[in-house]
Ligand binder design. Structure first.
Ligand code: MN
Length: 328
């Protein structure tokens, strides 16, 4: 899913707060509401990217949504659309989504199960919520591929992590390694991603790789991260250097995603559903999508075909009248 338009990024500055934990500074990023297409208005909260910050490790995009009623199929309908140069992570708290893609995957995405699509050189996929659940609640995140890996052949992986206990917390590690639990899905840079749950009043000290940047995507509750309050729906970012993340739930239970990774160390250009390295490369991706899939002049190119999707693929929007600038 998602329709990223760089020129829609608002000028939101991160708010840096010093925590009670010595030497700790937490950057609090506010979400902005972004309407997605579909038969019903469907609004997501986007916390990455924004002007104040483009990346946490290689994580380059964070959309959170719901809970919204999902009493019929198609509450979320995202027709076939392309991706390049990134991995998409779909993680649900509730609901069910059917994923189809041009490498032949047709998968039901369920809560507690990570679905990781490596777009590499190019792929297209659709995501449509099903009628199987009464609400839809989750997140979609993107990971930028490093330059050395961004032209790999596309593929799709799925994994259901076993919950592990650390302190008062329950962790579901869906990418990388944390608290002795590892995920087998593919990572091309040092990465970690996990759902973290704490009961009201609970706390945990999570040992982490001090070379990684980390962020907490708060779904429910108002936790303290390194002693700094991170309100619901905000992103709390801890820069590289911390060997321990101190997380306290406060008066309510906490549910959040903990993401992190080694700094990407590369400038990227993101526009719509593409990640590239230059304005001209994005222009070429867009033209290839429009000619290959929207105009249908070839089916053997970069983006392949999504079999049996009951509808038309998404045309790309017009490019802005400015050159897209690398960020990172
Ligand atoms: Mn997508």
């Amino acid at each position: 899913m998602s329709n990223l338009e760089v020129d829609s990024i608002e000028t939101v500055c991160g708010d840096f707060v010093s925590g009670d934990v010595p030497g700790s500074v937490v950057e609090i990023l506010e979400p902005r509401e972004v309407p997605l297409g579909g038969p019903r208005a469907f609004t997501v909260l986007r916390t990455l990217p924004q002007r104040a910050r483009s990346l946490v490790g290689a994580w380059c995009f964070v959309d959170s949504y719901g809970p919204v009623p999902a009493d019929h199929a198609g509450t979320m309908t995202v027709p076939p659309h392309p991706h390049t140069g990134l991995q998409t992570v779909t993680w649900l708290y509730a609901g069910e989504i059917e994923h189809r893609d041009s490498v032949g995957s047709r998968a039901l995405i369920e809560p507690g199960q990570v679905n990781l699509m490596t777009a590499g050189a190019g792929i297209q996929h659709s995501e449509v919520s099903t009628a199987a659940a009464t609400e839809l609640h989750g997140a979609q995140l993107w990971i930028a591929l490093p330059d050395r890996s961004r032209h790999v052949d596309p593929f799709f992986e799925s994994f259901t992590p076993q919950p592990v206990t650390l302190g008062d917390a329950t962790l579901r590690v869906f990418i990388g390694t944390l608290a002795g639990a590892s995920s087998p899905v593919s990572a091309f840079t040092g990465l970690v991603g996990a759902q973290i749950d704490l009961p009201a009043g609970g706390r945990v000290e999570v040992p982490v790789d001090p070379t990684f940047e980390h962020a907490l995507v708060v779904d429910r509750g108002t936790p303290r991260l390194q002693g700094v309050t991170v309100p619901t729906t905000r992103l709390g970012v801890v820069p590289a250097g911390a060997a321990t993340l101190h997380i306290e739930a406060g008066d309510e239970p906490l549910r959040a995603l903990l993401i992190g990774g080694e700094p990407l160390g590369e400038q990227i250009v993101m526009w719509w559903n593409f990640v590239g390295r230059s304005h001209d490369e994005i222009v070429a991706f867009r033209e290839q999508w429009q000619s290959e899939v929207i105009a249908g002049s070839t089916t053997s190119g970069r983006f392949g075909e999504v079999a049996d999707y009951p509808g038309a693929p998404l045309p790309a929007p017009e490019l802005p009248n400015i050159r897209l600038q690398p960020r990172g």
